[in-house]
Design a protein around this ligand. Structure first.
Ligand code: ATP
Ligand code: MG
Length: 356
C-alpha cells in the first residue's frame, strides 16, 4: 500500500499564485512516476483577496484546519494595497506561531549552471544550512508606542528571548550540524552590543554544546558573519541565529547563491506535533506577476524539503536531481538568472527531467 499524504496549499498573493500550482503539478508527476506515495491536495484562498472580502487574511479557524494535514506548501503573502504588518502577521506568522514551527531552515547551495555573484566561488565553496529561530526574539511582537505623533513619542520593539526557546533552537541546530558530513556549526549573535538576551544565547550555546562533542562549533558576531559569508564561504557549514539576524543572513545567502527565485525554506516543528510548512523564500513580487517571469525553482526545492521531512528521501533525491539537470542547461533559466525561459517552460523541463 502506498502512503497518501494530505498537503494543504496556500498560494497566497502575487507570484505565489503562479508558482504553487507548478509545485503541485511536479509533485503529482513525481508520485505517478515513482509510485512511492500519493498526494491529496487541498487549496486555501487565504491572503490579500481574502482580506478584501472578509477583513482578515485567513479565518480564525484556519490554524486549527491546518492541523489535520501532513504538510503545508505556502506561496507568499504580500499585497501592494494592504500594509505589510497585516499581510505578514495575519497569515504567515500566524501559522508559524500557531503550529509552533520554531525552526526555519534554509539550505543554500549554488546549483549547477547558476552564475553566482561571488568570483571564484563554485558549488564546492558554498554549501550552507541557515537555521533561524522562528517564533520569538526580535519578531515576538512585544513593544509599543506612547504619545503617538507628539515630540515626546517613545516606541519600543522588545527582543524577547526565553531560555526554553533559545535552548530548543540551538539543540535543533547542533543536531542538524551533526547530521551533515562536516559536523560543523557557527552560532551567530551580537552579544557585544546586545547585552542581555544575546549573552544568554552564548551561555546556552556553551551548555548545549557539551551534549555534542562530535560537532565542531564556533561563535561569530552577526556583522562579522556577513563578511565571512562573502570572504570565506567555505568556512561555514551550518549556521544558527536569532529571528532577525538569520532573516537578514539568509537573504544574503540566497543572493550569493544566485537568485531569490531559487531559494527554499522549511518552517519546521522538529517534534512533529503539527504539520511543517514549506515555501520559496521570495515574496509576492507584484512587479513580475502575470508575465510568466516567476522562477518556480524555489517552490520545487521547497517541495524537496517537504519530501525529506515526510521521510520520502528517494522521491526528494529524484526531484532534486531533476532540478539540477534543469538549472545546468541555461536555456531553462528565467529572467532573474539572466535567461528568457517562462515559468511554465521551467516546469515542463523539470517534468521531462523526471522521466530520465
Ligand atoms: P513581498 O513584499 O511579498 O516581499 P516583493 O515585491 O518585495 O514581495 P520579493 O519577492 O521580495 O518581492 O522579491 C524582490 C524582487 O526579486 C521582485 O520584485 C522580483 O523582481 C524578484 N523576484 C523575486 N522572486 C522571484 C522569482 N521567483 N522569479 C523571478 N524573480 C523574482
Ligand atoms: Mg520582499
Amino acid at each position: 500500500m502506498t502512503k497518501t499524504y494530505r498537503i494543504a496549499m496556500i498560494p497566497g498573493d502575487g507570484i505565489g499564485k503562479e508558482v504553487i500550482p507548478q509545485g503541485q503539478c511536479v509533485l503529482q508527476a513525481l508520485a505517478q512516476k515513482t509510485r512511492r506515495a500519493q498526494f491529496e491536495f487541498e487549496s486555501f484562498d487565504w491572503g490579500g483577496d481574502y482580506y478584501r472580502k472578509h477583513g482578515v487574511m485567513m479565518p480564525d479557524s484556519g490554524v486549527q484546519t491546518l492541523k489535520s494535514f501532513d504538510a503545508i506548501l505556502f506561496g507568499s503573502a504580500g499585497d501592494p494595497d494592504i500594509p505589510d504588518h497585516i499581510t505578514l502577521w495575519g497569515l504567515r506568522l500566524k501559522i508559524c506561531q500557531g503550529l509552533d514551527q520554531y525552526a526555519n531552515v534554509r539550505p543554500t547551495r549554488i546549483l549547477r549552471g547558476i552564475d553566482a555573484p561571488l568570483k571564484r566561488c563554485g558549488p564546492e565553496d558554498l554549501d550552507w544550512v541557515i537555521v533561524r529561530e522562528n517564533t520569538e526574539g526580535e519578531y515576538a511582537g512585544v513593544g509599543g508606542r506612547v504619545h503617538q505623533g507628539h515630540p515626546i513619542e517613545v516606541a519600543t520593539d522588545v527582543s524577547m528571548m526565553t531560555r526554553a526557546g533559545v535552548t530548543r533552537i540551538l539543540r535543533y541546530a547542533f543536531e542538524l550540524a551533526r547530521s551533515r558530513p562536516r559536523k560543523q556549526l557557527t552560532v551567530v549573535t551580537k552579544s557585544n552590543a546586545q547585552r542581555h538576551a544575546m549573552v544568554m544565547w552564548d551561555e546556552i550555546a556553551n551548555e548545549v554544546a557539551k551534549d555534542f562533542p562530535d560537532v565542531t562549533w564556533d561563535k561569530e558576531l552577526v556583522d562579522a558573519a556577513t563578511a565571512r559569508m562573502v570572504n570565506k564561504p567555505r568556512s561555514i557549514d551550518t549556521l544558527v541565529a536569532s529571528n532577525l539576524h538569520a532573516d537578514i543572513l539568509s537573504d544574503l545567502a540566497a543572493a550569493l547563491a544566485g537568485s531569490l527565485g531559487i531559494a527554499p525554506t522549511g518552517n519546521l516543528d522538529p517534534e512533529r506535533r503539527y504539520p511543517s510548512m514549506f515555501e520559496p523564500i521570495h515574496g509576492s513580487a507584484f512587479d513580475i506577476m502575470g508575465k510568466g517571469l516567476a522562477n518556480p525553482i524555489g517552490t520545487f526545492w521547497s517541495a524537496v524539503m517537504m519530501l525529506e521531512h515526510l521521510g520520502e528521501q528517494e522521491m526528494a533525491d529524484r526531484l532534486m536531481a531533476a532540478i539540477e539537470a534543469v538549472t545546468a542547461d541555461r536555456s531553462n533559466h528565467t529572467r532573474d538568472l539572466g535567461g528568457a525561459a517562462t515559468t511554465e517552460a521551467v516546469t515542463a523541463a523539470v517534468l521531462r527531467a523526471l522521466d530520465v
